[in-house]
Design a protein around this ligand. Sequence first.
Ligand SMILES: [Zn+2]
Length: 297
Amino acid sequence: MKDPSARRLLLVHAHPDDESINNGATMARYAASGAQVTLVTCTLGEEGEVIPPELAALTSDREDRLGPYRATELAAAMKELGVTDHRFLGGQGRFRDSGMMGVGQNEREGVFWRTPVETAAAPLVEIIRSVRPQVLVTYDPDGGYGHPDHIQAHRVATLAAGLAADPGHRQDLGEPHTIAKIYWNRVPRSVAEESFERLRAQSLTGFADGVARVDDVPGVVDDTLITTEIDGTAHAEAKAAAMRAHATQVVVDGDRFALSNHLAQPIFTTEYYELVQGAPGAPTGERERDLFAGIAG
Ligand SMILES: [Zn+2]
């Protein structure tokens, strides 16, 4: 039996780098506090662009070696965050990156987006029943910004959480387990707008060509939807280092970063969530400050 008092946090993400950008401070904070942090990444991000010119040949339209390379970046990032349990859904390379919505890769054999949700959920049910997390973090139904792999990650995580709890479902995948709380990644609009305002007043020399827009940030919503904020300021350096480890995808400069579009974005060291399943651990009208708030043990 798992120790019921030990805190176990499961995060489900689409590609290597999503976890560090969205939840790096949260993951570092819980890992440092002794919680078990488990990351499940659904694809290797094979269709990503590559920022460093000397690595340009890795892309899918050239040598198609980006996936395994990004697995090593992810491993380095997890070292920075102090997270030892990171897995690829169904094993490394089982589901392939589907590319941005509308591109030809969406229809390619074996891509995550084309995989039936039930098929992709099975290995996650097994992980949930084995790890037995009290808390699950994933994306909203739009995947935060409409990327097919992010939408599919949401669907797979949601279905797997339900099936894992169902005693009648696939007893070969382990003993049933109910996840107490499920969260979606969020950014409050006011925080995003203030941060971008500050960025626009800064010099970007040598780092980015311009500043991204608030709408480029996944999961931005009205402040009233935010139920939970996790102050990871003490882990800002670990988050920045983890993002830097994803060097094919991310350039970090102090407290800001850019993706392959070379547009500056702020690095959030307080990370925000919307509780969508389970009882809130804070009084009505107040935000939770702990993902495990209200969970017995
Ligand atoms: Zn992604």
